[in-house]
Design a binder for this molecule. Sequence first.
Ligand code: BES
Ligand code: MN
Ligand code: ZN
Length: 502
Amino acid sequence: MTKCTGHYGTPERIAADIYAIPFPSDKTLFSKTLRQIAPDLKKMVTELFESGEFTGKADEITTLATETGRFVLVGLGDTDAMGVERVRRAAAQAMKVAMKSVAPVVAIYVPLEEIVRKILPVSFEVTVSAMVEGALLAMYRYDQFRKSKAEDKKGQIKEVKIVTADEGYQSRMKSGIQESQQLVEAVEFARDLVNAPANVMDTDALTKAAVALGKKFAIKTVVLNKKEIQANKMGGLLGVNQGSSREPRFIVMEYNDKRKRLKPYVLVGKGITFDSGGLSLKPASAMEEMKTDMGGAAAVLGTMFAIAKMKLPIRVVALIPVTDNMTGGAALCPGDIIRISDGTTVEVKNTDAEGRLILADALVYAQRFKPAAIIDVATLTGAVVVALASHATGMMGNDEELKEAMTLAGNTTYERVWELPLFDEYKKMMESDIADLKNLGGRWGGAITAAVFLRHFVGEYPWVHLDVAGTANLESATDYQPKGGTGVGVRLLTEFLKNREG
Ligand code: BES
Ligand code: MN
Ligand code: ZN
């Protein structure tokens, strides 16, 4: 992980190859920024401002060279609904420029406190955290399987200096920098899991990743093998696994398991290492990205990473059912009836609706912990992508307070969630003629009917379901999310859990 440190002073006093300075578009605040952070640039930048070349508008970016070094000016714009997200993006945009140059040390300026207060408006600490997140997340690459680029000096960033020009603020940066670095590390961990191809990140590898994580942070980790899964009568997980050449696993991790007084939060992650659709086979174009069908599992593991590293004083259990969904000779057939571990029978109308089958067993298992709440994360439906594209995670649940807290955490982290309803009328759509439930709704409302199915297995416990099918994996990059695995859910759930301390 790239070194990240906090500093105070104008560019002449800070050693760096590139200096990135965010400018707001308000004229007075623009010149204040110039006066306080980079007085030496006054003439040049004023000219740029007057010619309209750089006026501090959002997404504006320009570079300058002086005797002191190279400068990247990034626009912050004016007050907008995006709030501190603007800072993440500005930091990421600056890093992208730096990564195209030979610049081992990059200095990024925190917007002046006054500006933060007027346009974002959040605390100085939150701004610093956002800068670190944006800068470091933008540097992520999945290049384990590429020839070493070590000889190329471009893009090799050794250190990111976060710099304030507000006197006395340096000491207020430390904890934010450290915590954000830890968070980014956890997000990168999740991204790596998602980006790894299915022949690498198979059942065994995903299980090993969880066990290794448990070891690293002393999180109690137990993995149920096929026999134990059978003993638990997990007919959903076993059913989906029938067509596979690999045995299923069920991962149970307990963070702070000794603190029995605390009711745990149980996180459930969908761990389908590859989803061919089973006998209800997916078309090639839809199957292509199905190595990412363990994005929910990655989010849960990444969250365990983050909360353990930050030593949050709460109890959290992670449950991850793991298998691929394949078409072997013993595969589930459309029309088969299986039995979930609570005894519920399910008519499998479509073997491609496999996520809800393995999650059902996990949700039943979750109840034995008498949880404070159950939160499941899953790349569950194409329908949620139709509804929300990649800009929000679909949220459904049975508890208003929990959904509100999740929404708040989504807005803070900009891993936004958007609620879809679970009206009583939807229930009918999942009724089978010959079993307790069927695993397929009608043609419409697919994200909702999937959640209605899940709700059947959570009992009376407060529960939120997060459908990350559109957000866990991106077709094209954004400022700080590369194409591919995003690690979505890690920052969201960590923020959510942070607010639940005690
Ligand atoms: N893993 C898919 C959902 C998915 C779709 C994830 C696109 C990421 C991107 C899930 O198992 C699935 O196949 N869902 C079906 C359900 C249907 C058969 C009821 C779907 O959405 O088409
Ligand atoms: Mn499927
Ligand atoms: Zn799936």
